[in-house]
Design a protein around this ligand. Structure first.
Ligand code: PLP
Length: 397
């Protein structure tokens, strides 16, 4: 059998660990295995290395090192941010988020409703964009926290975090600050994020989306923000996140943030070119294809495409058989058979929503990956349309 080159186009689900990141981690599995809380020098050396990683993460976001707390993942960071705000303002029982958030925010908010909290989930339009006037109108005197994602994992649509921050700031009174958190899991490493410019109180990061390993994340907490830890125990992370530090992974996240910050602009331009080529060719060769959120501001690496009258899972299976890996909807909900809540919120037509595929690129993709996809996908779409009982569109004339 022909040895096919594997083409990985699912980088919003997870990314390959960068070789430089692995190298930064290895000492912690070998000679530098001490516990950073130990007072002897074998431990305090490790503490210094953690602080170095913290400084790297902070620098990549234009934040101060003391504002970074390491966590186990993006989900923990999201849960912690919301839970902390609710503990900080026990009398306030209102939360604002959006219908297109990741389950790490949406499902956490759902667990709060039976406890007496009210959750406003802002809608998006068919391009995936928020209505800022509707947002302004949703703010209430008893709003404790606004949690709105920076960029969507399925479509790549970027929300106007700077403007949202400004609206919150204008609304705040000295005695009534509403906290603003963003899930920036898909944005960090792909877009410049400057925390000195943004009126954000908390921001979530996940390592495995930017070439660090799975199982490490961080939460930015602006200096002066009231904070209540989620995990309670020892004094690690200045008492803000208990549990012996995952030293190797922390070092890995520090390195990954440094690498991403170094090549952000170049990489975004490179990925944007590959993504645009992919979309133009698919729209030109596959009838009945819709690029979701195409006219909105989007991450440069993400393309969500719905193909009318076919099943996205069938497309993925046929791509898989050719060694090409992509996703249908978000990685966490794929396999459920339900249409994506994000595409539903964008009112993607029923005829197309089930035929949705997400391609997400990374620095390790190149032109030849796109060419291989483009050499195969139009044939797959044509074949599936021919056998689809629902097909009402032309089969490719
Ligand atoms: N938020 C967004 C936008 C994501 O895409 C993901 C992962 O897919 C998460 C949160 C959860 O991150 P983690 O897998 O690190 O828990």
């Amino acid at each position: 059998m022909e040895d096919l080159k594997q083409v990985y186009l699912d980088n919003n689900a997870t990314t390959a660990v960068a070789p430089e990141v692995l190298e930064a981690m290895l000492p912690f599995f070998k000679e530098s295995y001490g516990n950073p809380s130990s007072t002897y020098s074998f431990g305090s050396r490790i503490r210094d290395m953690i602080d170095e990683a913290r400084a790297r993460v902070a620098a990549s976001l234009n934040a101060a090192p003391e504002e970074i707390v390491f966590t186990s993942c993006g989900t923990e960071s999201d849960n912690t941010a919301i839970s902390s705000a609710l503990q900080a303002y026990p009398a306030r029982r209102h939360i604002i988020t959006t219908v297109v958030e990741h389950p790490a925010v949406l499902n956490f908010c759902r667990t709060l409703e039976p406890m007496g909290y009210t959750v406003t989930c802002l809608r998006v339009d068919s391009h995936g964009r928020l209505d800022l006037e509707a947002f302004r109108g949703a703010l209430r005197d008893d709003t404790a926290i606004v949690s709105i994602m920076y960029a969507n994992n399925e479509t790549g649509v970027v929300f106007p975090i700077e403007e949202i921050g400004r609206i919150i700031k204008d609304r705040n009174t000295p005695g009534g600050k509403i906290l603003f958190h963003t899930d920036a899991v898909q944005a960090v490493g792909k877009l410049p994020v400057d925390l000195k410019r943004l009126n954000l109180d908390m921001l979530s990061i996940s390592g495995h989306k930017l070439h660090a390993p799975k199982g490490i994340g961080a939460l930015y907490i602006r200096q002066g923000t009231p904070f209540y830890p989620y995990l309670i125990g020892g004094q690690q992370e200045d008492g803000r996140r208990s549990g012996t530090e995952n030293t190797a992974y922390i070092a890995g996240l520090g390195k990954a943030c440094e690498l991403a910050a170094r090549s952000l602009g170049e990489e975004a331009a490179y990925l944007g070119r590959l993504r645009d080529k992919l979309e133009a060719a698919i729209l030109g060769t596959c009838p009945g294809a819709i690029v979701n959120g195409r006219t909105a501001l989007r991450l440069p690496n993400t393309s969500s495409i719905s193909f009318e009258y076919i099943d996205g899972e069938a497309i993925l299976m046929l791509l898989d058989s050719c060694g090409i890996y992509a996703a249908s909807g978000s990685a966490c909900s794929s396999g459920s058979g339900k249409p994506s809540h994000v595409l539903e919120a964008m009112s993607v037509p029923t005829s197309a929503i089930h035929g949705s595929v997400r391609f997400s690129l990374s620095r390790y993709n190149d032109e030849s990956d796109i060419d291989r996809l483009l050499g195969i996908l139009p044939g797959i779409i044509k074949k599936l349309r021919e056998i689809s009982p629902l097909s009402g569109v032309s089969t490719g004339k």
